[in-house]
Design a protein around this ligand. Structure first.
Ligand code: CP3
Length: 366
C-alpha cells in the first residue's frame, strides 16, 4: 500500500476510506473475488447471452451456433449484447465448453436437441486417438473474439474466460446424452480408473492451455464449469473431478487471475469443495447461500445462486428473492449470479428488473 495515493473523497461515499486509487480502478467483480469489502454486489448471469434475447435470435437466424462461436466478430457482438442492454458487471466470452473436445477430434455438433458427440470414447484406443490442443492452431477464433470484445467493453467491465472441467468434458465424451452419459461416465470411472486418469489428464492439459490463451488474449477472470460433477458420490468426486480441476487451476496460478469453479449444488461435495483449488465457488440454487458460505469458510468468495425460474415469475417476487440472496451473500466476497443459466423462455425485461434489484438491494446493505 505504501507509495500509493489514498482516495480522499469518493461519491457515493460508501467506498471504504482506506481503499487506494489503484484498488478502486480494479473492476468490481475482481475486487469481490479477492474478498474485498465492496460498495455493492457485482452481478452477471450465466448464459446472459443467448436465446432469450431477440438480438441474439436475430444473429442465430442467419448463422448456426458453431458459426457464431467461430466467427470472432459475431462472437464478440453476442458477448456485448447483454452488456449494452443491462449494464451487468462482467461479460463472458460467447463460446462453448465442447469446442475443446471438438478440437481434440470428438466431432461435436449442435442442433435444437442440444450437442452431440460424433466420436464418443469407448476404448483405450479411442482415448489415444484424441489430439493435443494447440490454441493458436485449433481455437484461434476464441482469442480473436476475446481481443475484439475487450476492445469494445466499457471501462470497468472485465471479460470472463471459461472452459469445461475435465470430468464434465469426460461425460460428454461418453456415448449418449444427459443422464445416460452421466451414468456411463460414472461406470467408466469405476470400471477403468487408469484409463479415466489418462483421459482426464489429457483433458486437463487441453483445458489449461485453452484458458491460458484466453487470459493472454485479455480475459481477466476464469470460470471452470463442472456441470455434472454433482452427480458423483463424494469419493469419486474427490478422486476424479476435484483432482483434475485442481490441476487446471494450478496451471493458471502464475497468471494471477481470479478463478471460479462452478458446480451444481450437492451437499456433501460442499464439505470438500475447496479441494478443487479455485479462488471462488459458484453454487446452484439447491443449497442455501449462507449455509454454503459457512461450510466453505467465511473467507472464500462465493457466487450465486438465484433459481433461474424466479425470472419466469413477476417483478415483486424477483425483488424479494434478490433481497434474500443479497442478505445471505453479504458485502464481502459475493458475486450475484443465477444458480444455472438464464432459461430461453425468460422475458429480457425480467433480467433488467433483476439487475436493478441487485444494485438497489446491495447498495442498501453495503
Ligand atoms: O453467456 C454465456 O454464458 C456464455 C456462453 C456459454 C454457452 N455455453 C453458450 C451456449 C457458456 C458459458 C456455455 C457453457 C456450457 N456449454 C456448459 C456449462 C454450463 C452449463 O450449462 O451447465 C455446458 C454443459 C455446455 C454444453 C452445451 N452447449 C449444452 C448442453 C447445450 C444445449 C443446451 C442449451 O442450453 O441449448 C449447449 C448449446 C449452447 N451453448 C447454447 C448457448 C447460447 C444454445 C445454442 C443455441 O443458440 O441454440
Amino acid at each position: 500500500m505504501d507509495g500509493q495515493a489514498k482516495v480522499i473523497s469518493f461519491e457515493p461515499t460508501c467506498l471504504p476510506m482506506e481503499m487506494t486509487i489503484e484498488a478502486a480502478r480494479e473492476p468490481l467483480i475482481v475486487r469481490a473475488l479477492r474478498g474485498d469489502v465492496v460498495e455493492r454486489t457485482p452481478v452477471w448471469l450465466m448464459r446472459q447471452a443467448g436465446r432469450y434475447l431477440p438480438e441474439y435470435r436475430a444473429i442465430r437466424a442467419e448463422h448456426s451456433f458453431m458459426e457464431t462461436c467461430r466467427t470472432p466478430e459475431l462472437a464478440a457482438e453476442v458477448t456485448l449484447q447483454p452488456i449494452r442492454r443491462f449494464g451487468v458487471d462482467a461479460a463472458i466470452i460467447f463460446s462453448d465448453i465442447l469446442l475443446v473436445i471438438d478440437a481434440m477430434g470428438a466431432e461435436v455438433t449442435f442442433s435444437d436437441r442440444g450437442p452431440a458427440v460424433g466420436r464418443p470414447i469407448r476404448t483405450a484406443g479411442d482415448v489415444r486417438k484424441l489430439g493435443r490442443v494447440e490454441p493458436e492452431r485449433d481455437l484461434p477464433y476464441v482469442a480473436e473474439a476475446i481481443r475484439a470484445t475487450v476492445a469494445s467493453l466499457p471501462e470497468g467491465v472485465p471479460l470472463i474466460g471459461f472452459a469445461g472441467a475435465p470430468f464434465t468434458l469426460l461425460t460428454y465424451l461418453m456415448e449418449g446424452k444427459g443422464e445416460r452419459a452421466v451414468s456411463a461416465a460414472r461406470a467408466f470411472l469405476m470400471r477403468e480408473p487408469d484409463l479415466a486418469d489418462e483421459l482426464l489428464g489429457l483433458l486437463a492439459d487441453a483445458v489449461t492451455v485453452h484458458l491460458v490463451a484466453q487470459v493472454e488474449a485479455g480475459a481477466r477472470v476464469v470460470q471452470l464449469f463442472d456441470s455434472w460433477a454433482g452427480s458423483l458420490q463424494p469419493g469419486l468426486w474427490e478422486r476424479f473431478a476435484a483432482r483434475y480441476s485442481r490441476r487446471v487451476f494450478e496451471g493458471l496460478r502464475h497468471l494471477s487471475v481470479p478463478t471460479i469453479y462452478f458446480v451444481r449444488c450437492a451437499a456433501d461435495h460442499l464439505l470438500h469443495l475447496t479441494e478443487a483449488g479455485a479462488d471462488a465457488y459458484s453454487v446452484g440454487w439447491l443449497c442455501d447461500l449462507s449455509w454454503a458460505r459457512s461450510v466453505l469458510g467465511e473467507g472464500i468468495p462465493i457466487q450465486g445462486n438465484l433459481d433461474p425460474a424466479v425470472l419466469l415469475t413477476r417483478p415483486e417476487l424477483i425483488r424479494d428473492e434478490v433481497d434474500r440472496v443479497i442478505a445471505a451473500g453479504g458485502c464481502r466476497g459475493h458475486i450475484f449470479n443465477l444458480g444455472h443459466g438464464v432459461l430461453p423462455q425468460t422475458d429480457p425485461e425480467m433480467v433488467r428488473v433483476l439487475v436493478e434489484a441487485v444494485r438497489e438491494s446491495s447498495s442498501r446493505i453495503c
